[in-house]
Write a protein that binds this ligand. Sequence first.
Ligand SMILES: [Zn+2]
Length: 91
Amino acid sequence: MSTETVADQMLLNLNAAELEAVQALQQEMGLEDPAAVMHALLRQAAQRALVVCPSCGHSAHRTTGDDASCASCMSVLHLSDGIWQVISLQA
Ligand SMILES: [Zn+2]
């Protein structure tokens, strides 16, 4: 299943108010179709939610707003000026 199909299915499941919001955002963001809005929103949400460990490149998970830990290399990460930095390496 392609991501296009997933976005289309998500659009089909929106209620009237949500669909209206997507259409407003489409205009606001200057995107060509509602599915592109879903892709853009997902990307933005993912960037906020997902942390990539600068030490090993695996995804780390947030512990608090500005802190995260990597389960792969056990690094403790801290968000500083919008950049995730390793503050401690646990051997
Ligand atoms: Zn790591």
